[in-house]
Design a protein around this ligand. Structure first.
Ligand code: ADP
Length: 169
């Protein structure tokens, strides 16, 4: 295979701007909050190196839960799913980074926790699909849609973590 000549001028700001920064909506579901897993779950995304841009503890109303899961409206488990999501407070998070949507799905693991790999959040911390402790957006488009749905504009924070140059060259 042809090898590319090494660039002589290093322009990190230009290289960084060419990469697509995505956003994802991550939520600790009511079972995760009740079981005291909030810190553990936040920690996994934090340690990976993604940037937290929104965070709140929130009692989700019925209509918001239905809007969030509107694509599943025809499913037999839909009423139970909505009941589960509104059954107690959730922790809403917005995370940003290159490839964050797909990477977060990997960190979370398969929908059925018994099929989720050890090392993933669901693989390590849950046993049942109906109590799978965490949500993560399934596409960059849904990431944007869900963040707009769960957060008001003033609740999101744009900032540059001090660790940025230690995380990405
Ligand atoms: P994911 O959350 O992994 O993206 P889905 O979008 O397919 O999975 O489903 C959304 C949520 O609905 C799941 O995380 C789970 O809480 C619930 N759910 C999905 N399938 C079932 C099922 N067969 N029985 C009960 N709950 C389910």
């Amino acid at each position: 295979a042809k090898t590319l000549a090494k660039p002589r001028i290093f322009l990190p700001h230009l290289v960084a701007s060419l990469e697509q920064v995505d956003e994802t909506y991550i939520m600790v579901k009511p079972d995760g909050v009740q079981r005291g897993l909030v810190g553990e779950i936040i920690s996994r995304f934090e340690k990976k190196g993604f940037k937290l841009t929104g965070l709140k503890l929130f009692q989700c109303p019925q209509d918001l839960a239905e809007e969030h899961y509107k694509d599943l409206k025809g499913k037999s488990f839909f009423p139970k799913l909505i009941e589960y999501i509104v059954s107690g407070p959730v922790v809403c998070m917005a995370w940003e980074g290159v490839g964050v949507v797909a990477a977060a799905r990997k960190l979370i693991g398969a929908t059925n926790p018994l099929q989720a790999e050890p090392g993933t959040i669901r693989g390590d911390l849950a046993v049942q699909t109906g109590r799978n402790v965490v949500h993560g957006s399934d596409s960059p488009e849904n990431g944007k849609r869900e963040i707009a749905l769960w957060f008001k504009e003033g609740e999101l924070c744009q900032w540059t973590p001090a660790q940025a140059p230690w995380l990405r060259e």
